[in-house]
Design a protein around this ligand. Structure first.
Ligand SMILES: Cc1ncc(COP(=O)(O)O)c(C=O)c1O
Length: 491
């Protein structure tokens, strides 16, 4: 029994491994099918300079929805900036503090400019990541009994988690299902739910601009549609903005969550909440902290929160990293988000077509894709599972491990998006409820045993700005190597 897929001799190289003629022919077919790709050659030049370490180390990186990759230029520029001055903790009047405050506020303005958001309408709150932005909204949103939190099945756990704040305050929680196999939201259920906003209370509707599981792009038109029906809209843009333009002069969500490392890789630990000023006025923070106050008293047991972004930035902001956000955004602008978009979508289209064509000798499909099988309203995330010649699913973690042995970085699991996984893999409500039946009496080990067979997930390949044709070609070669093979996970 063959436990390893065929390993090509030059597997660790990004050059086509087995057959240069086959590679050249595939490339020519690809270029013919996606002529717009030629206009993205600037990114090939950057791959050879700013991202040269990928090929030097023989990495095929296909985990951009997990995290973007930084360009070396970003690191250099950040280091030069830090080396060129003396920077202290902001928000004081001393010169080193003022220098830092200037850079922090300059970056804040730049984030608004990048997303074309009017400073009259929006403000930027720096957070450690998208999750931090979502938590700020969740904990401070004025949920009450009679109020409502509606969200799509397709959401990251950090959006799902807001439901616990809503429930604790007695608000109704409604999930809007997605429908297999394309995993788009059921339009009738969406329309019905949006009708149920309570005009006497606060209603929050949350959805991702792009699914981190299936790559589905949910319509931005829903923002206005929901607002007209009485909802505040939380748009989770974390998976969308790395390769799509979000223009906040066209779309006006109340809250937007973003992790910067997903766009340009460096620095980690930086995200933001972009919030409409009118929506921010509705939020009531459950506590205060250093950095958020204008005045507080121990004797009087009271405080004044600073209005605007400062009231939401707990403690000392990540001040030395904040200027690196502007550097990252400028780097993206130097390429143009449209160029990135066209490139990743061309590679995604080709990769989907190739994977869907793969067949065992019996004619049975080798791969199932969860999500749209074409480029209609989707991003560059491809979720799939591999199947053996008898039609049995091969554990995604086994495939991930085998890909890793060839320096191919994929990601296996549910990707913190349980709702979409449950629909994609057809896990019923009863099955899921059974995992929680004896929740309070089970030890962690017993709990792991109970959920063992519910941990199946899928394999995610996600394409980003530094991906080239050779990367996706290598992935297809890897996938092809499973033809007619039965794979057993190691004990
Ligand atoms: C759509 C989406 N939302 C939220 C998050 C959470 O991001 P972070 O872990 O950076 O807080 C992610 C991360 O993958 C995501 O893809």
């Amino acid at each position: 029994m063959n436990l390893q897929p065929h390993v090509h001799e030059r597997a660790a190289s990004n050059q086509p491994a087995s057959d240069d003629a086959a590679f050249a022919s595939a490339l020519a077919d690809f270029q013919h099918a996606y002529p717009e790709y030629a206009a993205t050659e600037k990114l090939d030049a950057l791959r050879a300079t700013d991202y040269a370490r990928l090929d030097q180390a023989g990495h095929i990186y296909l985990d951009y929805t997990g995290g973007g990759l930084y360009a070396e230029t970003q690191l250099r520029q950040h280091l030069e900036l830090l080396s060129s001055g003396v920077f202290g903790n902001p928000h004081s009047q001393n010169p080193t503090s003022l220098a830092m405050t200037h850079l922090v506020e300059d970056t804040r303005d730049y984030v608004l400019k990048y997303f074309n958001a009017s400073p009259d309408e929006y403000l930027v709150i720096f957070t450690p990541n998208a999750t931090g932005a979502l938590k700020l909204v969740g904990e401070a949103y004025p949920f009450t009994s009679g109020g409502h939190y509606a969200l799509t099945f397709d959401n990251h756990n950090s959006v799902n988690g807001i439901r616990e704040f809503a429930r604790a305050k007695g608000a109704e929680v409604t999930y809007i299902p997605v429908v297999a196999p394309h995993l788009r939201t059921d339009p009738a259920a969406l329309a019905e739910t949006l009708k149920t906003a309570n005009p006497q209370a606060h209603n929050l509707f949350a959805y991702p601009a792009q699914s981190n599981f299936s790559g589905v792009q949910h319509p931005l038109e829903w923002i206005e549609m929901a607002q007209e029906k009485g909802w505040d809209v939380l748009l989770d843009a974390a998976a969308f903005v790395p390769s799509n333009r979000l223009d906040l002069s066209v779309w006006h969500p109340d809250f937007v969550s973003i992790s910067f490392y997903k766009i340009f890789g460096y620095p980690t630990g930086m995200g933001c909440l972009i919030a409409r000023k009118t929506a921010v006025q509705k939020l009531h923070r459950p506590w205060y902290a250093g950095g958020t106050l204008s005045f507080s008293s121990v004797r009087a047991l009271d405080f004044y929160l600073t209005p605007g972004n400062a009231g939401f930035e707990d403690g000392t902001v990540n001040y030395l990293c904040i200027p690196a956000v502007k550097i990252g955004l400028q780097f993206i602008e130097s390429i143009s988000i449209e160029t990135i978009h066209h490139r990743v979508m061309a590679l995604t289209g080709w990769l989907i077509d190739q994977l869907l064509q793969l067949r065992h000798s019996s004619g049975s499909p080798m791969i199932k894709i969860y999500g749209p099988p074409d480029l209609q309203a989707r991003g560059s995330t491809i979720q799939s599972n591999f199947f053996d010649p008898a039609g049995n699913l091969i554990e995604c973690t086994t495939i991930e491990r085998m890909a890793s042995a060839q320096h191919i970085s994929l990601r296996a699991g549910c990707h913190c998006n349980p709702g979409t996984r449950e629909v994609a893999l057809n896990l019923s409500e009863d099955e899921m409820r059974s995992c929680f039946r004896d929740k309070d009496s089970l030890s962690f080990e017993q709990f792991l045993h109970v959920i063992d067979d519910k941990l199946t997930g899928a394999l995610r390949a996600s394409i980003g700005l530094a991906t080239n044709f050779a990367d996706v070609y290598r992935y297809v070669l890897f996938a092809k190597s499973f033809q007619d093979k039965f794979i057993y996970p190691p004990n």
